[in-house]
Design a protein. Sequence first.
Length: 153
Amino acid sequence: MNIILNKLMHGMISLALLANISVAQPVIVSAESDLGALYEAEIRETSFVATSPLNEGVKRMTVDITAYSSTPDQTDDTPFITASGAHVRDGIVAANFLPLHTKVKIPELFGEKVFEVEDRMNRRYTHRMDIWMADRASARKFGLKHAEIVVLP
């Protein structure tokens, strides 16, 4: 019985070293010991220091945000096709400072809605984002806003 427990504890200590957690010292038990109670005590005494940062790889930045619609005077000669080749739809944004297909959120303005960079803007706009809207009136009403964006990993 002691041999089995020592092997179990050795395995737990090896796992602890790999996972960067601390494990209580091995306990010598007799055949009459209640193993269930010992395992429960071991679990209570073991402290796990596992990190799982929710914001790992997330980048935040504040940018000017405008809106556009699919009219030739606001786009090129293919107003319903984005720079990535996709057809325009809700959730598309144009930005020159992020790679195509980057996903972003604009929490202050749209909560948890996820947008995707699928279009580009005139090259003079190096740090601005443009949100596609279905009609010109909505885009004009949106105007110019200054807000934080969250670039998702």
